[in-house]
Design a protein around this ligand. Structure first.
Ligand code: URA
Length: 287
């Protein structure tokens, strides 16, 4: 505290004590002191406090070559802005080495497939074993079901665009079969590729296939039962959330198939695609 402020406070306290003892003319003097105090307090608030110098430990960490390199490196998202076509972006993605463990385990990067100007873009979670082998998303059992769904919409795989949140197959312990869910940090690292794909394709609607796709694309972790059939949004583009085709392979009831089909009808309506009466009735008892 400054000595002037301390002095003013001391003086005021003395005034107040004197006032308590019944000595005058304090009402005026006290009001003056109070204003004086207010002004000093305001001045103290406005006076910038000295900033402590960074410690030697902080300085030496900031000067390490690794920290300097990180500071100088542009983010992946910024780097990807230079790619103006999907072919350019694909070429760069195929050489990505961001996740060492996935680089070591993958057969190849699975970039995406379809019409570079598609109105509808389907987004899955990550390549499985078949996709890793063939270099194309959704070619295994779940992929074949997705192809059927697309065809039921009156479209072909060549007319839509299909991609994944993760471009490499999540690694699995040696000798084990099946797939694992991509980790949050893997999805975060890979997301700029998908974002740039979406920027270049400019679809009128996205379809997020399953909870992991919704989480990877939008960071939305609510349950599928609350999200499915709803329109969400990614940078102004409507996103329909539906079940992953692998879920339908595990739950082959007509009611679950109908749910996914109703979601696709919503997409078709949003894009003014023709819908026949027969299509409207798919997976109902009237079909
Ligand atoms: N499941 C996905 O989410 N993506 C694929 O490419 C294949 C299966």
């Amino acid at each position: 505290m400054s000595t002037t402020l301390q002095h003013a406070i001391d003086q005021t306290l003395a005034d107040l004590k004197a006032l308590r003892r019944g000595m005058g003319p304090y009402p005026l003097a006290s009001a003056t002191k109070f204003r004086e105090l207010q002004q000093l307090a305001q001045k103290a608030r406005e006076t910038p406090k000295p900033v402590p110098a960074p410690t030697a430990a902080v300085v030496s960490r900031l000067e390490t070559p690794a920290f300097r390199a990180q500071e100088a490196a542009p983010s992946l998202a910024t780097t990807l802005e230079r790619y103006q076509t999907l072919d350019e972006l694909r070429a760069a993605a195929l050489a990505c080495v961001k996740c060492e463990h996935l680089v070591a385990s993958r057969t190849q990067v699975v970039f995406g497939v379809g019409n570079p100007n598609a109105d509808i873009m389907f987004v899955g979670e990550a390549p499985g074993a078949e996709e890793d082998q063939q270099g194309e998303p959704f070619v295994g059992r779940a992929g074949q079901l997705l192809t059927k769904i697309i065809q039921a919409m009156g479209l072909s795989r060549d007319e839509v665009y299909i991609g994944n949140v993760l471009k490499c197959r999540p690694d699995m312990p040696k000798g084990s079969t099946g797939n694992r869910k991509p980790r949050a940090e893997e999805m975060e690292t890979c997301l700029p590729w998908l974002e740039r794909q979406i920027e270049l394709v400019k679809p009128k609607a996205l379809v997020a296939l399953g909870a992991t796709a919704v989480e990877g694309l939008l960071g939305e972790t609510s349950s599928m039962s609350s999200l499915r059939g709803r329109w969400l949004e990614f940078r102004g583009i409507p996103v329909m959330v539906t079940y992953h085709p692998a879920y339908l392979l595990r739950n082959q009831t007509i009611s679950e198939k109908r749910k996914v089909w109703e979601d696709m009808l919503k997409v078709m309506e949003k894009l003014d695609l023709p819908i026949s009466e027969k299509q409207r009735r798919f997976f109902t008892s009237a079909a």
